[in-house]
Design a protein around this ligand. Structure first.
Ligand SMILES: *Cc1c(COP(=O)(O)O)cnc(C)c1O
Length: 466
């Protein structure tokens, strides 16, 4: 399988090149030449596979000759061996026709572990083969960073630089990153929002001299491999449902950077009988607004109770745009240019109606997030994290009008202990692995939202390729 950029100037890359580069050379995002369409026999055949077997099938559709079957098997099994649940992504019932996919049984208690574990092992394997060293920089709204620190901490040919928005993530999220003793990890608290962090990362990549000098790579969901690995649990959820009334189901996805929701859309394109991907946002509702009005315009970021979704530039939307514009890379480039110069772009009616065939959306206030956490605790004794509560809140509206919905549980409630305890007015249980984190010493450097300062920090400590 070959890949090219949504903006058309970076073409014919193979899987390992795409894995290592993160962002495309022209500022666009890598997409595969085509999305394989599975027929019904294959879909039926996969029904009885384990999570790991399913992962191997799906990844190998996209990874070309990058890994042998036995290498991929080893990568996948190593990646999921640390998960606390046998099914990896167990599905529970919240109510009639409403399911909840628990994606927080990995080592850092959020769905980011699913892909980060796998890509860290892919990096280790491919770098070792080429005797290469790489420096990874990643922006995080909280969970990507902790998943990356955990996944890359022992990878000897990788340095990891993590940028999170200062005082805008939960205490446990922060401490999962800052208490790592790994020598190859450096954590920076940026005085700004997640969007500022992501913008620094994009500027570092745009600095061609730096990017090649330090062999820069990225593991945000702008990295195609992350998206690919997130497709797997949509299939896993489908196979866990025994009774599907009208043969189709929808997924409600708590959304920030549009990575997870886009992975669900790809699962649909591959042939999984999905009706809608329901994009659930907090007050940072850029995607809800674009789906309803066709105008993509970032506002300033609001602080909410669901910090991992406090994002106003949904990077992966560019991949959907590319698809909606029938792979017209010139047109994508034009719209993205308009966005950076004018602060917005507008979608034609025809595009908006094609979006509505695959997507729906809703935005949830902090007040309703708290009400949802209370509702499901009182009714079912299920404790939702604030992000998962947003997905469940929006998902339930669709269940009420007759759809079968799987809401994604994106993080464990204990990661957002303060918010959940104040919502429920009681203490909640903290998993043992998280308890240890808050007793360790923190190591972090607070920096202004400046690309130059970070470039200097990287130049001081990066791993030289040769
Ligand atoms: C990252 C994250 C999200 C948003 O996912 P995107 O792929 O960025 O849309 C939602 N919930 C939690 C808990 C997260 O960590």
């Amino acid at each position: 399988m070959l890949y090219y950029s949504t903006r058309g100037l970076d073409v014919s890359k193979n899987f390992s090149e795409v894995l290592h580069s993160g962002l495309a050379g022209d500022g666009g995002l890598f997409v595969p030449k085509f999305i394989p369409k599975l027929d019904i026999e294959v879909l039926n055949k996969w029904r009885d596979l384990s999570y790991e077997e399913l992962a191997i099938e799906i990844i190998s559709l996209f990874s070309g000759d990058c890994f042998s079957k036995s290498e991929l098997t080893e990568i996948v099994h190593d990646s999921y061996s640390g998960f606390q649940h046998e099914l990896k992504s167990p599905l529970i019932e919240l109510g009639n026709n409403h399911y909840f996919l628990e994606l927080f049984h990995g080592p850092t208690f959020a769905f980011k572990d699913f892909a980060m574990q796998v890509i860290a092992k892919m990096f280790a394997k491919t770098l070792q083969k080429k005797s290469l060293k790489i420096n990874i920089v990643t922006a995080t709204s909280g969970d990507t960073g902790s998943a990356a620190v955990e996944a890359f901490k022992d990878v000897s040919n990788v340095n990891l630089y993590v940028l999170y928005p200062h005082e805008r993530i939960s205490k446990i999220q922060r401490m999962q990153m800052t208490t790592s003793n790994a020598k190859n990890v450096k954590v920076f608290a940026v005085q700004g929002t997640f969007d500022d962090c992501q913008s620094i990362v994009k500027k570092l990549f745009a600095d061609k001299a730096l990017a090649s000098e330090v062999n820069l790579s990225g593991v945000n969901s702008i990295n195609w491999a992350r998206i690919l690995v997130q497709i797997i649990y949509y299939f896993s959820a489908f196979y866990q449902i025994k009774d599907l009334p009208n043969g189709k189901l929808s997924f409600s996805v708590p959304t920030g950077n549009f990575g997870d929701a886009y992975a669900g859309y790809l699962a649909k394109k591959m042939g999984l009988p999905i009706d809608k991907i329901i994009v659930a946002t907090n007050k940072n509702d850029i995607l809800d607004r674009v789906f309803k009005t066709g105008v993509y315009r970032s506002n300033s970021v609001s602080k909410t109770l669901s910090p991992s979704m406090d994002i106003q530039v949904a990077s992966n939307f560019e991949r959907l745009l590319f698809d909606l514009l029938n792979n017209d890379t010139k047109e994508v480039g034009k719209l993205m240019k308009h966005l950076s110069s004018k602060g917005h772009f507008d979608l034609e009616k025809r595009i908006l109606s094609s979006i509505s065939r695959d997507f729906d959306s809703g935005a949830v206030t902090d007040k309703d997030t708290i009400a949802t956490i209370n509702h499901f605790f009182n009714e079912r004794e299920i404790i939702l994290c604030p992000h998962s509560a947003i997905g469940v809140n929006v998902g339930k509206k669709f269940v009420d009008v007759g759809e079968t919905v799987v809401s994604l549980g994106t993080a464990h409630p204990a990661k957002f202990k303060e918010t959940v305890e104040s919502a429920l007015d009681m203490r909640i249980q903290i998993p043992t692995a998280l308890k240890g984190v808050v007793e360790k010493k923190e190591r972090v450097k607070v920096i202004p939202p400046s690309k130059e300062q970070l470039a200097d920090e990287i130049r001081k400590s990066y791993l030289r390729a040769y």
